[in-house]
Design a protein around this ligand. Structure first.
Ligand code: HEC
Ligand code: HEC
Length: 349
């Protein structure tokens, strides 16, 4: 009897000991999971997309230094490795020498103003902050407020034909459009879906406290731009193609083009003009860039019917220069600034 009692007591203790072991193991597993999770969040294996504000701040802060991990375009000599190498090369050629093929005297079609895509998308869309195409393949199709709908790359390319090249749209099934899109996709092939690399598109300049001043901009123009873009803004032709493209007048971009927005023009010029300037060694101050943008965009240029743009007027960017607006600011202020108060009012809504 006493033996049995002794035995059951032993069993009892053993069970408790096992239970304690189980609990300890469970606690260890939980601790391990928590630690792993924290490690995962902080680990650099999953780079979090950099918030837009942060990128903008870094850009304006860097007056003279290269940005780490800025996008570098794939080497064009690699095109030959692709199955559709001929198509990609033709697309690149069309972007570099658009006028030769599709300008007023184009040998394929006559459907645009004589400018080349790469007058604005420098070196066939490969230059950091030179309005490059790094984020096109990765972010399209996407919703755009300007049209109020989903846009694919064809639509976006035709937007530039109709506005920046003040021309007609290209047949999306045709050889030329297919080639342009093949090239743009090839250029962005190494950018993960949904991501926008550093240096994509244009520099975002901080807003000035005051309005941009066309009179002050004229002084900048005369000092730093006139030798190439000429006193009448119409640039300089060399045969059938521009050595220096026009900045205003009948052969320039129309009023529906991206550069007609002051922030786009100022950002482009800050990092790329006068010719051969790069983002890491700009020549113009922010103020000069805003003012010269105001001067150039107050000159005459082709019109464009924009009645179907921005179907949701509250989504217009602060520097969209045409009303109606969802706020109380004037067309004048939406064109020249100051943009800060408009952006503030927009945030509060
Ligand atoms: C007069 C200047 C100019 C010319 C010429 C021009 N573009 Fe553009 N393009 C722009 C601007 C400005 C933007 C908008 C950039 C921004 O808002 O960041 C743009 C945007 C684009 C985009 C979208 C880029 C993106 O990341 O969302 C594509 C694609 C494009 N252009 C293709 C072309 C093609 C192809 C041509 C030639 C047929 C062309 N562009 C000619 C000024 C120009
Ligand atoms: C040394 C000559 C030169 C000077 C000076 C110069 N540019 Fe340019 N600019 C060019 C060339 C060349 C291009 C086309 C780039 C290309 O095709 O690679 C261009 C393109 C442009 C474009 C885009 C294409 C267009 O015609 O709309 C703008 C905007 C522009 N320049 C503005 C300016 C401003 C503003 C200044 C003065 C701050 C300036 N440039 C000074 C040579 C010059």
């Amino acid at each position: 009897m006493s033996d049995f009692k002794h035995n059951s007591e032993e069993n009892y203790i053993e069970i408790i000991q096992r239970l304690v072991k189980c609990v300890v193991v469970l606690i260890l597993i939980i601790i391990a999971l928590v630690v792993l999770n924290i490690y995962d969040i902080t680990s650099p294996r999953k780079p979090k997309p950099v918030p837009k504000e942060k990128v903008e701040k870094d850009e304006t802060a860097s007056e003279s230094k290269k940005i780490a991990d800025v996008w570098i375009a794939p080497d064009s000599s690699e095109i030959s490795k692709e199955k559709n190498a001929d198509q990609i090369s033709y697309g690149r050629e069309l972007i570099a020498n658009t006028a030769h093929y599709l300008g007023p005297k184009g040998n394929v079609l006559q459907m645009s103003n004589g400018m080349n895509c790469q007058n604005c998308h420098l070196k066939a869309g490969t230059v950091p902050f030179g309005n490059n195409y790094s984020a096109v393949a990765s972010t399209y199709p996407k919703f755009r407020e300007r049209s109020g709908g989903m846009e694919n790359i064809y639509k976006r390319v035709n937007d530039c034909f109709e506005r920046s090249l003040n021309g007609k749209s290209l047949d999306t099934t045709g050889k030329e459009m297919q080639a342009i899109v093949a090239y743009i996709k090839w250029l962005g092939k190494d950018v993960p879906k949904g991501e926008k690399p550093k240096g994509a598109g244009l520099t975002e300049l901080a807003f000035m406290d005051n309005a941009a001043d066309p009179e002050k901009g004229k002084i900048v123009y005369v000092e730093k731009c006139i030798t190439c873009h000429m006193a009448n803004g119409e640039g300089k032709l060399n045969g059938s193609t521009y050595q220096y493209p026009p900045l205003w007048g009948p052969n320039s971009y129309n009023k529906g083009a991206g550069l007609y927005r002051l922030s786009r023009f100022a950002g482009y010029v800050k990092s790329n003009m006068p010719q051969n300037v790069t983002y890491d060694a700009p020549q113009l101050s922010d103020e000069e860039a805003w003012n010269v943008a105001a001067f150039v965009n107050s000159q005459a240029r082709p019109e464009k019917d924009l009645s179907k743009d921005w179907p949701k007027i509250a989504s217009k960017p602060v520097d969209h220069p045409f009303g109606p607006y969802a706020d109380k600011f004037t067309e004048q202020q939406h064109k020249y600034g100051p943009f800060g108060p408009i952006a503030e009012a927009k945030k509060k809504k």
